[in-house]
Design a protein around this ligand. Structure first.
Ligand SMILES: [Zn+2]
Length: 433
């Protein structure tokens, strides 16, 4: 059996465990561990065969023949720098031949495009997508973008897992359709929040977007780098037109209230705060249908000077919009799933992901506890899956009162000192002005 086939053979049982987990069933820790160990060893063989940068690292450590899952996770996890390990000057110079060569070194999929006439990042993404490789981008405050490649198989895995988590909340396609989607994001674009908004839009039958056009990596990069000249049109449509765009969001919410249809809102915490504060200024209160839902995305890291605490925002949302069901999840572009937050404030790790915490030397700590969050993702079939984030968490196997079994993160998520603030919230904040 090829290494990739061996890796893919773990997917069906992991999906089955996830279905049991979602229904509140108990999953076997030993079975979960055995599946993930098998997946990591198969993935290691696959990456050694097909990803040049990974093979070089494994070879330097004399680990290309390693079949020990713990050693592979400890020695061969990449950090969040890996997906931005290109030279930013290449983009400034429009050198997409160099960018393509870099992408080849971190991706298992053969890349066949001719990059010589490409002049923008979006054109590069479009050319890659036409050749069967989708490239997700994310940005930190520095504007040095991260790129995560997904071929058809990897993109399908991501889509399936997000759809399954969303289905649990929305309870089936028929129920989902009755929501009015009010999406404080872009309409399209390969960025986390925009992808989530697209997914929500696809299952509802009335949608309003804050930005009714796709997010582009060129615009986000220029905005984050504080380069208004390079992003004049993007800034005009995102920053200068923001008051009218917020008004369109409010109009959509008023319409849902009048029609008695539940709203399904999606936005970063500071955007939701902006909307509520606009209502506060005019003394307006919306009584949305009690079945309305809000997905908060992008995290609580402080952006653009917004200092509202979570309880303060939830109180504001209940008061001004009448929405009491507020959901959150934790995830990142480099990961094929999301970790939903339960009513007890824990982020639960779906069985499709194997979580770990590492110490300052990036070695997994024994057992569980507090440390830098990492994971191995067996659905990362075309880029290295063992990954260490820049976030500090507390990982536990202690049961949660909500009934979901398996691993969870308790006590919130903190960005490690020295790591740039990153996430969908950062992307949205960079276009706030
Ligand atoms: Zn819970």
């Amino acid at each position: 059996m090829s290494a990739l086939d061996e890796l893919k053979a773990t997917h069906a049982p992991l999906h089955e465990l996830t279905a049991t987990w979602q229904d509140g069933g108990q999953i076997s820790f030993d079975e979960l561990r055995a599946l993930h160990d098998r997946a990591v060893v198969a993935a290691h063989r696959h990456y050694c065969e097909t990803i040049a940068s990974y093979r070089t690292l494994a070879s330097d450590l004399a680990l290309t023949e390693c079949r020990d899952a713990d050693v592979i996770r400890a020695e061969l996890s990449s950090t969040d720098d890996a997906f931005k390990s290109y030279d930013d000057a290449w983009i400034d110079a429009g050198d997409y031949t160099a960018m393509t060569d870099w992408l080849r070194s971190v991706c298992s999929t053969p890349i066949t495009i001719d990059p010589t006439s490409i002049t923008t990042i979006q054109e590069w993404l479009d050319a890659l997508e036409a050749a069967g490789l989708k490239l997700w981008f994310s940005s930190g405050t520095s504007g040095h973008l991260s790129f995560v490649p997904r071929d058809e198989l990897a993109a399908r895995s991501l889509d399936r897992q997000i759809a399954s988590l969303m289905g649990r909340v929305l309870r089936g396609p028929a129920a989902a359709a009755r929501f009015d989607a009010v999406l404080m994001s872009f309409k399209g674009g390969r960025q986390g929040l925009a992808s989530a908004a697209d997914k929500v839009a696809s299952v509802t039958n009335r949608q309003t977007f804050l930005y009714d056009f796709a997010i582009t990596p060129d615009g986000v990069r220029a905005a984050a780098k504080g380069d208004p000249a390079a992003a004049a049109d993007f800034r005009r449509r995102t920053v200068d037109e923001l008051p009218e765009r917020y008004e369109a969001i409010l109009q959509a919410l008023r319409r849902s209230a009048v029609d008695g249809r539940p709203a399904l809102m999606l936005g970063a915490p500071f955007q939701v705060a902006d909307i509520c504060q606009r209502l506060e200024q005019t003394g307006e209160r919306l009584s949305l249908d009690p079945g309305s839902l809000m997905f908060l995305a992008g995290g609580w890291k402080s952006f653009a000077g917004v200092q509202l605490s979570q309880p303060e925002l939830l109180a504001l949302v209940a008061d001004r919009l009448g929405i009491t069901r507020v959901l959150e999840s934790y995830g990142m572009t480099e990961c094929s799933t999301q970790m939903p937050m339960c009513e007890h404030g824990r982020f639960h790790v779906p069985p499709t992901l194997w979580p770990m915490v590492v110490d300052e030397a990036l070695r997994p700590i024994d057992g569980h506890g507090r440390g830098r969050f990492g994971f191995s993702d067996p659905f990362a079939t075309c880029f290295p899956g063992p990954f260490i984030t820049g976030d500090e968490v507390e990982l536990t196997l202690e049961p949660c009162a909500c009934g979901l079994s398996g691993f969870s993160l308790v006590g919130g998520i903190r960005r490690l000192p020295g790591r740039e603030v990153k996430g969908c919230g950062g992307v949205m904040a960079s276009v706030r002005g």
